[in-house]
Design a protein around this ligand. Structure first.
Ligand code: XUL
Length: 547
């Protein structure tokens, strides 16, 4: 029996998906929600946020406890853990975990009678981990960028501009503000390589796809870049694990998991990756001409890139792909939490929310929102503020449609650098179950959208990466597309087609939206007149017009 396990440690939850490769099916899938299932850690939406919203950390012990809880559930469910051939996982990207010199010896001497958490809690040189939502390193971003010779050269070296959430600026801030603790740190892991190390029983390498989100790896050579390391913090190379390719087998599962949970001692491991690179596989983006939108705590838009092509404007990122190629990505902080804010401010549930989307017209009577409920990554907005044009915060229907239209208008505008417009877009993440939301996305992108049954494409991607690596090692190579398609069942997916009749309207709205970004963020001209003309053009019937 060829079973493979894919895990995913995301912002708000920890998921496991067990697949039966021969039967091409998922045999078990379960998620641990941090706030609900591990309330003792006191997180909100999986994180701790400072009053000004800029410092956002999480608790690495909580992630380990979630892993233990998940494995305990596997035991209770009597899953065939002994038949799992290979395991890997994915983690929220960019977050860093700081460990002292006892980490590796603790992992090597784990006692199966005790919990993991109780044994490794003394191994951290920093109790909490900054995660991708952290926005507190603007100064460090500037310092590193200057050291690297400015915007373009930073992008050419690392694949991205310096970003507040990226690991390099985060490490620099820790070194500057907490030098003693930095000095006591023997190894700095990503969320992915930290959890990979736990399963391996010693320090795991960082794989190229996730390593690309650090501003420390050279995007061309896929090695640590000395210029970037030196611009970030002293003695950094000694504290980073080595880099490795995505499918390389790094060893077997540690005896602790064999003795305590009944995994086979022959279970192989490959390094964990980032959630977005793993989703790239989980939604089947293994060729050109397709893109994916992942609607989770963060909203991301990403594409597979055969060749390296960077975004010199500095908004987008190029990461590695688990296929060994590249992926282009843009990331929004105002994803599900912004949608939830609007929903909750009017005491709605998701059904009410979708009903409102279904009954309000495309173009929203010219009501436009710039939804910066929290600082935004794309476009860069450091001071949160929600801007509304043509309505206010009491307008229930106006707000519901405006937040969704804004999210996809922005995504369409800022994703243009990645490639030719995609022929189809695959949707994943919690909000991808909402057809009313996907309908708006299809109309704005003017592209059909495929909705798959599995909403956790990162964990599914991890299970599929496991299978690919395992069969490679047996000289039984499967083509990526063939491997993934058996699981995605594209033919059973729901397809949402764009409505041709709204093409012109959304073209006009995109232009106006872009002008509003320009007006608010770069002191551009006030586009109020264009907005009024838009209302006249599309909502001239008095009954339709609301503002
Ligand atoms: C991507 C990013 C987020 C996190 C959390 O650059 O910051 O998507 O990976 O999911």
């Amino acid at each position: 029996m060829d079973y493979f396990l894919g895990l995913d440690c995301s912002t708000q939850s920890f998921t496991g998906i067990l697949i039966d490769f021969q039967q091409k099916k998922t045999i078990f899938s379960h998620s641990i929600n941090f706030d609900v299932n591990l309330p003792q850690y006191g997180t909100q939406h999986g994180v701790y946020t400072s009053d000004d919203g800029k410092v956002v950390h999480s608790n690495p012990l909580m992630w380990v406890e979630a892993l233990e809880l998940l494995f305990t559930i596997f035991l209770q469910e009597d899953l065939p853990l002994n038949d799992i051939k290979l395991i890997t996982g994915s983690g929220q990207q960019h977050g860093t975990v700081y460990l002292n010199k006892s980490f590796e010896s603790t992992l090597k001497n784990l006692n199966k009678e005790k919990t993991l958490v109780s044994q490794i809690k003394g191994a951290f040189s920093r109790e909490t981990s900054p995660v991708w939502m952290d926005f507190s390193t603007t100064k460090e971003c500037e310092e590193i960028r200057n050291q690297l010779g400015g915007l373009k050269s930073t992008i050419q070296i690392t694949g991205s501009n310096t970003f507040e959430r990226f690991s390099g600026p985060q490490i620099r801030k820790f070194y500057k503000d907490n030098y003693d603790y930095y000095a006591q740190t023997s190894v700095i892991h990503l969320v992915s390589s930290f959890l990979s190390s736990i399963l391996l029983g010693k320090n795991s390498p960082i794989e190229h796809s996730d390593g690309a989100g650090m501003n420390l790896m050279n995007i061309r050579t896929k090695e640590w870049d000395n210029r970037a390391l030196n611009s970030t913090a002293p003695e950094l190379k000694k504290k980073l694990p080595p880099l490795t390719s995505p499918l390389s087998i790094i060893g077997k599962i540690a005896p602790f998991f064999v003795d305590r949970y009944g995994f086979s001692s022959e279970t192989l491991l490959i390094p964990w990756s980032g959630d977005n690179p793993s989703s790239l596989i989980g939604v089947g983006l293994t060729g050109k001409g397709k893109a994916a939108i992942s609607l989770g705590t963060s909203d991301t838009y990403f594409t597979y890139l055969k060749d390296l092509s960077v975004d010199l404007s500095g908004e987008g990122h190029v990461f590695g792909a688990p296929t060994g190629d590249y992926m282009g990505l843009i990331c929004y902080k105002n994803g599900s939490l912004a949608r939830e804010k609007v929903k909750d401010s009017f005491n709605l549930n998701w059904t009410d929310f979708s009903n409102i989307l279904a009954k309000t017209p495309p173009g929203n009577y010219g009501k436009i929102m710039l939804p910066y409920f929290s600082p935004e990554i794309v476009p860069l907005v450091s001071k949160p503020k929600v801007h509304r044009f043509g309505f206010d915060d009491t307008d229930l229907e106006g707000n519901v449609r405006a937040v969704i239209e804004a999210q996809f208008l922005s995504m369409k505008i800022h994703s243009e650098w990645t490639q030719e417009p995609p022929e189809e877009i695959y949707a994943t993440g919690g909000a991808s179950t909402n057809l009313a939301i996907l309908k708006i996305a299809a109309n704005i992108f003017k592209t059909k959208i495929l909705q798959f049954e599995a909403t956790n494409s990162a964990a599914l991607g991890a299970a599929l990466r496991s299978a690919k690596s395992y069969y490679n090692s047996k000289n039984q190579s499967f083509d990526w597309t063939e491997l993934v398609e058996g699981f995605l069942k594209k033919e059973e997916s729901v397809i949402i087609y764009p409505d041709k009749k709204y093409e012109l309207l959304y073209n006009d709205m995109l232009t106006i939206y872009q002008k509003y970004e320009d007006h608010i963020l770069r002191n551009g001209e006030d586009p109020e007149l264009s907005r009024q003309n838009f209302i006249k053009k599309y909502f001239k019937n008095k009954r339709d017009k609301q503002s």
